[in-house]
Design a binder for this molecule. Structure first.
Ligand code: MG
Length: 386
């Protein structure tokens, strides 16, 4: 295995990646975190040969942090991107949010393997990421469980033989509820995900199915499949991680324990597999159910399909508006059902543009945040002048 750098090392994906690396007996070559936290200092202490990078730190914070660790640490977003671009590395991108895009691009431009857990890279800038992959010859191996499943089901298959990608969704904590049941939902209810242990935003995104919508866009770019050929089905047990339907009526599904360490390890060791980290899966004890998505109760899924089909800046607008709306919901400033209204409003109000550069994405992101914040506060939208 090539040396590994872990971006977003203190987050859920980062920590699970380090667990996988520990089991493989591999020391990370670099660790990056957003902030100079005691948790990050502790990780750097555990891996003294890893170099460090911190994205956001003032000069005093940086100096204080550097004094608490033995290895060299670089500061600033450029330092994280530089680490992603170290040639000959596997880059695990576990950065949360659109901030992960620059590192995905830096990794691909260095022809690295990018083990991608940062789905926003593909959601907000799919065309830029896939262009960088083909231009520089880097690899993009999905870590998102559904996409890892699809990637594995597509191995050895001809693109023309694929009829549909079928993404599974657990349905989240509100599966089976109707709109009227969700009027008074509080954050702790939305954060109670039945099967996956994840961060706050993605857990709320699972409750609204926004996460599944983003995954549809992610799958479209990753595998070059039309939106009409991507389906979503609810599967509460989360043991069928996704499936591919072929033109002859065959269906290949990827089945296993819901344990993110399995797709993380696969992305690191691909095309080989290594023992662990998952326990043997007992098929005889498994119960498997599927049901259609309730699209009235969870309208954000269709908003995501619409944004994906519109292309350009629309998916970036959807993503940025969702970050704002979810943060407002978690702060108690926005009702659960109004998250969808903020997203729909932002898609409507922010002018559609093509994306040709990362700056185009950043501009759409900033504008969408402004519009979404005003929508959250119930303020009228004032069109920004450009
Ligand atoms: Mg997923």
């Amino acid at each position: 295995m090539r040396p590994v750098v872990v971006l977003g090392a203190t987050g859920s994906i980062g920590r699970q990646t380090l667990d996988v690396l520990d089991r493989l007996g591999v020391e990370p070559a670099g660790l990056a975190a957003r902030r100079p936290s005691p948790e990050f200092a502790e990780l750097l202490g555990r891996y003294p040969s890893a170099l460090g990078a911190v994205a956001e730190a003032g000069p005093d914070e940086a100096a204080a942090f550097a004094g608490t660790v033995s290895q060299s640490v670089d500061f600033g977003r450029a330092a994280v991107e530089e680490m992603a671009g170290w040639p000959g590395h596997v880059v695990v991108n576990g950065i949360v949010g659109a901030a992960g895009l620059a590192s995905t691009l830096a990794g691909l431009r260095a022809a690295n393997r990018v083990a991608l857990a940062n789905k926003e890279s593909l959601v907000v800038a799919g065309p830029l990421v896939t262009a960088a992959r083909s231009e520089f010859g880097g690899e993009l191996i999905p870590v998102d469980s559904e996409h890892s499943a699809l990637f594995q089901c597509l191995e050895g298959e001809h693109p023309d033989d694929v009829a549909r990608l079928v993404l599974t969704a657990s349905g989240g904590p509100f599966r089976g509820k109707r709109r009227s049941d969700l009027t008074d939902v509080v954050p702790s209810e939305a954060l109670a995900h039945p099967t996956w242990e994840m961060g706050g935003r993605i857990t709320v995104d699972s409750a609204t199915l926004a996460n599944k919508g983003f995954e549809v866009i992610e799958a479209h770019h990753l595998f070059g499949v039309d939106f009409d050929q991507i389906a979503v089905v609810v599967h509460p047990q989360s043991i069928v991680h996704s499936a591919v339907e072929f033109v002859d009526g065959s269906l290949k599904a990827h089945v296993g324990q819901p344990d993110m360490r399995i797709p993380i390890q696969f992305a690191l060791t691909y095309p080989r597999r290594h023992p662990g980290p998952g326990a043997a899966f007992d098929l005889a004890a498994a119960r498997v159910e599927f049901e259609p998505v309730d699209r009235d109760t969870f309208p954000i899924l269709d908003l995501a399909y619409a944004a994906g089909r519109a292309g350009g800046t629309s998916p970036a607008v959807l993503n940025a508006a969702d970050e704002v709306a979810v943060a407002a919901f978690l702060a108690g400033d926005l009702p659960f059902l109004a998250i969808a209204d903020v997203l729909a409003g932002a898609l409507d109000q922010v002018e559609w543009r093509e994306i040709e550069t990362v700056d185009d994405v950043a501009a759409a992101d900033a504008e969408a945040r402004q519009v979404a914040s005003r929508l959250v506060k119930g303020l009228p939208i004032t069109a920004p002048q450009r």
